[in-house]
Structure formats: structure tokens, C-alpha cells
Design a protein around this ligand. Structure first.
Ligand code: PLP
Length: 384
């Protein structure tokens, strides 16, 4: 089977794990957690990094400390994995789904402005949704598939309307926007180290920021807000969201290889580009001039009419050849988990979600297997 995206274990993972087991430091304290945080912070060039047990909990904590309150509203990408919208609801806040732009498939800042112009008013320098009466306090751009969002217009909007920018960089570790690493461009950024991400801990996440107070608060509340070294006294409601030393040990070994992993992802993308360009009905993902793409999952858009198969039919056909591919996410404004509040119009996200197919993109994908995938895509429609 040629999988979509599987971890690459070929560095110091075994060695570091063995050290955890041999020394009995397997839980949520230990040197690897600190080392992993430092490795990620230094790689990104940011002051503070706080590890969490998932990307979803990282998002929950980022939203919680940066001033998003119950019943606030938050702009978020409609075309995204569901985690950021769920995290907004954990706070008791509400998502406002923003459509993607058609070129790079990222959140469209023009749609945010349009929403503000048509639906909002400013009162005592805060932005309010006139229909719901609620305050809008943040924006969560999700850099999907490894390509950064166009951040400058989003930062301008955020400054003008007093919004906090929380980047969901779960899919874009290693990508840069105008030379700035994704996740470090807004006020606070979140990463995931889930098994299918470029760098993995098995499961894990990270919040990064230059704001010391936020970082300290997250460190405190992710460990049950315990504020005495010995006594079990807690000053607020906390969470058990800390990463274990075992997970961090894997993460450290993975971070040591990140440049190599990114090289492989980029080489895989170049090979797909080389051999799928001009293939009728197959549209390739594009890269903006201002972006350094980390190509988490190489994704094509299938034009069913021109190709002869829809994206889902192609998925099935490839699956019968033991090639694993995946569609993008159901746009969140249509999701059963989030569609009961307001009606949103996000036609680009819907169109992308209908046609997109992510191709095998594991760091360890070899040339022979990749050619099997390419040849299958280039021939399946002729065999029907
Ligand atoms: C993977 C991912 C997350 C976090 O996922 P976890 O499984 O909780 O680590 C969040 N947002 C996006 C966009 C993701 O792709």
C-alpha cells in the first residue's frame, strides 16, 4: 500500500525513547519536554514555546489566554480541519466562517472586510456583529496544506479593529510568509505534532508567542493551575494538557531532521508538478511569490468533466490500486457540528472541497512509488 502520509522514524527516536524508559522519566515532567520546546522556539526564532498534548488543546489554550471570551465571535477559515472551530466553541465563543481565495486556497482577507462592511459596527474601538450583537475579538487564519495565508492584509484588519491574530500553523511548520515563519506572524501561533504531520510526537501540540504573560499562563493552566510546588492548591480551573516526556523525546529526534523532511516534501511536490503539469482535468496547487511552501500534503484539483472521473471516483480507483489519497475537509460552515448558528456563503471552499484530492506525500515516499501514483493518475481516465 502507498499511504497518504506516515511518520518517518530514522533519527534518534529510539535512542531518546530508550533513555526515557531506562531512566523512568516517561510522564509529563522531564528534560525532553523542555528541550523540545527550545528546539521549536529556536527553529522559529520566537521567545516562548509551550508544549501541549495536542494541536487542538494548543488552540484551546491560545484562544483562552489572548482575550477571547464566552459569546465573542472569531473569524476562522471555512476550509480547514475542524479543530480550530471546535476550540472556539470550547471557549463558548462562536466562529464566523470566512471563505477561501481561489488561488492558494487560504482564508480570503477581502471576505473578512466584506463581512465587516456589511454586518458590523465599531463601538468604543471594538468590533460588533450587528446581527448577533456579539463582540468580534480574534481571527484564526489556518495555513492549510503547508502554504501560508496572505498575512499582511489580515494583520492590517486586526490592528484596525482590535482583533487578536491566532495562527493555526498545524499544517505549515517550515513554511514562511515573506521570510517570516508561519506561526510567528500573528500574536500567537499553534502547531500540531499529530502522526500525520511533517514533524510528529505521535500526538502533541505547541503554542508559540513572544508574549511572556500568555506563555506563563498557558504553562500554568495546562498543568491544572497548580500553584504550589508541594501543596495541592489551585488558583483557577486548569487542564491536564501537558505533553509527556516520551512524546517530547520523539519530537526532539524529529525536529533534528526537519530540514531533511522539508527537502523531501519539496522534492515530492516538484516531481508531482513535473509529471502532472498539463494532465487534462488535473489542476495543481499553486505557490504565491511571497510564500515558501512546506508542502505538507500535495493536493490536486480534479475537474470531473475534463478528467473523466470526479475526485471521489479517482480516490476509489486509486484505492483499488492500493494507493491512499484523501479529500479535503467538509467546509466548516456546512459541518453538522457548526452549521446551526448562521448561514454563510463560502462557494470557493465548497468548490475546492468537491474537487481536491491529497496525494501520497510521506517524507519516505520513494521515486518508484511516486511514479506508480503519477502513472495511475495519468492513465486511469483512459482505461474507462
Ligand atoms: C492537525 C491539525 C490540528 C490539530 O490536530 P491535533 O490532532 O489535535 O494535534 C489543528 N488544526 C489543523 C488545521 C490541523 O491540521
Amino acid at each position: 500500500m502507498i499511504p497518504l502520509s506516515v511518520p518517518e522514524i530514522r533519527g534518534n527516536e529510539w535512542k531518546y525513547l530508550k533513555e526515557c524508559l531506562d531512566t523512568n522519566w516517561i510522564s509529563s515532567a522531564g528534560t525532553y519536554v523542555d528541550r523540545f520546546e527550545r528546539l521549536v522556539a529556536d527553529y522559529l526564532g520566537i521567545k516562548y514555546a509551550v508544549a501541549t498534548n495536542s494541536g487542538t488543546s494548543a488552540l484551546h489554550m491560545a484562544l483562552k489566554v489572548c482575550g477571547v471570551n464566552e459569546n465573542d465571535e472569531v473569524f476562522v477559515s471555512a476550509l480547514s480541519f475542524i479543530a480550530p472551530a471546535n476550540a472556539i466553541r470550547y471557549i463558548g465563543a462562536w466562529p464566523i466562517f470566512v471563505d477561501a481565495e481561489p488561488d492558494y486556497w487560504q482564508i480570503d482577507s477581502k471576505k473578512i472586510l466584506e463581512f465587516i462592511e456589511n454586518n458590523c459596527e465599531v463601538r468604543s474601538s471594538n468590533l460588533y456583529n450587528k446581527k448577533s450583537g456579539r463582540k468580534i475579538t480574534a481571527v484564526v487564519p489556518v495555513h492549510i496544506l503547508g502554504h501560508p495565508c496572505d498575512m499582511d492584509p489580515i494583520l492590517d484588519i486586526a490592528q484596525k479593529y482590535n482583533l487578536t491574530v491566532i495562527e493555526d500553523a498545524s499544517q505549515s511548520l517550515g513554511a514562511t510568509y515573506k521570510s517570516r515563519p508561519s506561526g510567528t506572524i500573528g500574536h500567537i501561533g499553534c502547531f500540531s505534532f499529530n502522526g500525520n504531520k511533517t514533524v510528529t510526537c505521535g500526538g502533541g501540540g505547541m503554542v508559540v508567542t513572544n508574549n511572556m504573560r500568555w506563555a506563563e499562563t498557558i504553562r500554568h493552566i495546562t498543568t491544572q493551575a497548580k500553584n504550589h510546588p508541594v501543596e495541592y492548591v489551585h488558583d483557577q480551573i486548569g487542564y491536564n494538557y501537558r505533553l509527556t516526556n516520551i512524546q517530547a523525546a520523539i519530537g526532539c529526534a524529529q525536529m533534528e531532521q526537519i530540514e531533511d523532511f522539508l527537502d523531501h516534501k519539496r522534492r515530492i511536490a516538484r516531481t508531482y508538478e513535473e509529471h502532472l503539469t498539463g494532465s487534462p482535468g488535473i489542476n495543481l496547487m499553486k505557490k504565491a511569490d511571497w510564500a515558501d511552501h512546506s508542502y505538507w500534503l500535495y493536493t490536486i484539483l480534479v475537474d470531473g468533466k475534463a478528467y473523466g472521473y470526479t475526485s471521489r471516483e479517482l480516490l476509489e480507483a486509486l484505492s483499488s490500486l492500493d494507493i491512499q489519497t484523501r479529500p479535503l475537509w467538509q467546509p466548516l460552515h456546512l459541518s453538522g457540528a457548526h452549521n446551526s448558528h448562521f448561514k454563510y456563503n463560502c462557494p470557493i471552499s465548497e468548490k475546492l472541497s468537491e474537487g481536491a484530492l491529497s496525494l501520497p506525500s510521506s517524507v519516505g515516499l520513494n521515486n518508484i512509488d511516486q511514479r506508480i501514483v503519477i502513472d495511475a493518475i495519468n492513465s486511469i481516465n483512459h482505461n474507462s
